[in-house]
Write a protein that binds this ligand. Structure first.
Ligand SMILES: [Zn+2]
Length: 337
């Protein structure tokens, strides 16, 4: 099959289009003919060598496609349209048995611990397969798994409720967009933060009631002013270093800070006093659980989730797509084999 293969860590040209052996599904695994995948920041980190993987390697955490053959259990027939839960978990440990797959000690990610979707075909555990609604375009399906799962899990970790205010950083990115639409659907009031003024109208359509510009020094004051001095009940942060300090200052008493990424850097100086005097909670969110994914797929089928696609490129342009991720764009960059 044709695939975009990472041969050694490096610049985007470390990925080469070539022909490799078709994947051979192991026990309990199904073979998916990939119709679309999408580019995640994770892919860039793996490509650059921040995450070490066995080489040569095929990236791609987000996979939608059709089953190439009947699944091992017979539950799925060849040709079924599917979307794949991107977490690779053991299914046997206490966390997995409790339905907290994202806490599995051996948790991996499709396209990191095993070959992913930058290819014509990929083998995945049958337990990871869910139905993709027939009406949904492949590209929108590929824009869905990692971003919506991460966002939903973060909102669940923070127990965001209707009527509360949530401050969402990185609003123009994949996780940010997903968090806005999911938070708004919960009945929360969304204040979004973006670095791109041209994205403000679209962020409002997604569900942001207020949109603030990243980097403004008075951002915490703006949040407190918009909430009559209360502050944000919840912060969702996929950005890390660049926004951490203002995010903490923007929190209400008893506020919850959900950290789901560190795209701007991972090391910060923390002022600890407000953490205890204002009774703040710091929550990490990584991926999400199988049950959360199942719930999201049902929402997708009901048309309550509209993944945002920035652009679709052929897989042969995987290198260009990686370059594009660092340029201004809105939503997910999708690749089609
Ligand atoms: Zn496990």
């Amino acid at each position: 099959m044709r695939a975009a293969v990472l041969w050694k860590p490096g610049k985007p040209d470390a990925i080469r289009i070539g022909t490799v052996a078709d994947p051979r599904p192991g026990p309990g695994e199904a073979l998916v003919r990939v119709r679309a995948t999408s580019v995640n920041r994770l892919d860039l980190w793996i490509r650059q060598g921040t995450y070490r993987v066995a080489l040569p390697h095929i990236l791609g955490a987000d996979v939608v496609g059709e089953l190439e053959q009947d699944s091992p259990s017979g539950r799925w027939r060849a040709g079924a349209r599917v979307v794949v839960y991107p977490g690779i978990f053991c299914g046997r440990c206490p966390a997995c048995r409790m339905g907290h797959e994202s806490l599995c000690p051996t948790l991996g990610i499709l396209g990191r611990e095993r070959h992913g979707g930058y290819a014509e075909m990929v083998a995945v555990p049958e337990t990871n397969i869910f139905p993709l609604p027939g009406s949904l375009p492949w590209a929108e399906g590929a824009a869905f798994p990692l971003t919506f799962l991460t966002a939903e899990h973060a909102l669940n970790r923070a127990a965001l409720r209707a009527g509360e205010t949530v401050l969402i950083f990185g609003a123009s990115g994949g996780v940010g967009c997903a968090a806005i639409s999911r938070a708004s659907r919960r009945g929360a009031r969304v204040i979004a933060v973006t670095g791109s003024p041209q994205h403000v109208p679209t962020l409002r359509v997604l569900g942001a009631e207020e949109v603030l510009m990243r980097g403004s020094s008075d951002l915490p004051d703006r949040v407190h002013a918009l909430t009559r001095g209360h502050g944000a009940d919840v912060v969702v942060d996929p950005v890390g270093k660049a926004v951490w300090s203002s995010g903490v200052k923007a929190l209400a008493r008893g506020g919850r800070y959900a950290l789901v990424g560190v795209t701007s850097g991972a090391e910060v100086e923390a002022e600890l006093r407000p953490v205890y005097t204002r009774q703040l909670s710091l929550l990490g969110g990584f991926l999400g659980d199988l049950g959360e994914f199942e719930g999201l797929v049902e929402e997708l089928a009901r048309g309550r989730i509209a993944p945002t696609v920035a652009e679709t490129r052929p897989l042969t342009e995987a290198m260009e797509a990686h370059g594009q991720l660092d340029r201004p764009h809105f939503g997910k960059i999708v690749l089609t084999p």
